[in-house]
Design a protein around this ligand. Structure first.
Ligand code: OOG
Ligand code: MG
Length: 258
């Protein structure tokens, strides 16, 4: 049975308020189907777009065993990125924007042109190392699969390194996540579904099923290659062998003056 629209709207309002007031909420009532959960996500995104944000792409979640094990979830999910979530490479982000942010190393693909129903694969014109900032709106990052889908897959921010032409094999590359230069997570791009390029058909399949458009210039995040790490007031950097780096500085209010 599907949940009534009124209940879905209420859940969306709760999650949206949690995001922009930076205050965690409890999990949603049980019994939601994945379809209900994506309907809530749609309503959460509609609210953000109504405030002037623009769609910037899509992200996959739980494409690696490390992430599935860390979060106790075992199904690939999709969330939406907006321009308000983007942080320039090498830039700063105030940690006060988030409830309990974590950061993870990712691979980004750029969509070459608007995707149509006739496309049987995603047209990609560039690839880049990337960081994703995730921030569950649920207390203690505790959620069920429908909860996290409804919460836009914990999306909160993203950083894209220098775009490069596609073509080189992105499989089997070492991935490192560093904080102030020290390794905190290490892994391989093959942790992402066996090969990061496998994220693309998976994304196309779910995006189509859910009616999520993909436009020229949109970013696709393939999913973290390692578990996520807490995002501290420090410089966080992703290093992907042969592909480069992307970094962001988390800033906290200065205790002396604030
Ligand atoms: C959900 C987001 C998962 C990934 O890369 O696997 C994700 C979460 O862990 O809170 O972004
Ligand atoms: Mg991610």
């Amino acid at each position: 049975m599907t949940t009534e629209t009124g209940a879905l709207d209420l859940a969306a309002e709760r999650l949206d308020t949690a995001q922009h007031t930076v205050a965690a909420v409890g999990q949603l009532p049980g019994g939601l189907t994945p379809a209900d959960a994506y309907a809530i996500q749609d309503a959460v995104i509609a609210r953000r777009l109504a405030r002037g944000e623009r769609p910037a792409g899509l992200k996959l979640g739980f494409t690696s065993k490390a992430k599935m094990a860390q979060m106790g979830v075992s199904e690939v999910i999709v969330g939406r990125l907006t321009d308000a979530m983007r942080v320039p490479d090498g830039g700063e982000v105030a940690l006060a924007r988030f409830i309990h942010p974590r950061v993870e190393p990712e691979i980004a693909y750029r969509i070459a042109r608007d995707v149509t129903p006739d496309d049987d694969e995603l047209p990609v014109d560039a690839v880049a190392p990337a960081l994703e900032i995730i921030d569950s709106r649920y207390r203690d990052f505790r959620f069920s699969l429908p909860d996290v889908i409804a919460d836009n897959a914990s999306s909160a921010g993203f950083v894209i390194g220098a775009w490069q032409p596609p073509g080189a094999d992105l499989g089997g590359r070492e991935v490192r996540l560093t904080v102030d230069g020290a390794d905190v997570e290490t892994g391989s791009t093959d942790a992402i579904l066996g090969h990061p390029d496998r994220a693309l058909p998976e994304l196309l399949r779910i995006a189509r099923r859910q009616g999520m458009p993909l436009r020229a210039g949109h970013v696709v995040l393939a999913g973290a290659a390692t578990a996520a790490a807490p995002f501290p007031a420090a410089r966080v950097e992703v290093h992907v062998a042969g592909l480069g780096t992307a970094s962001v500085l988390g800033t906290a209010p200065d205790a002396a003056t604030g």
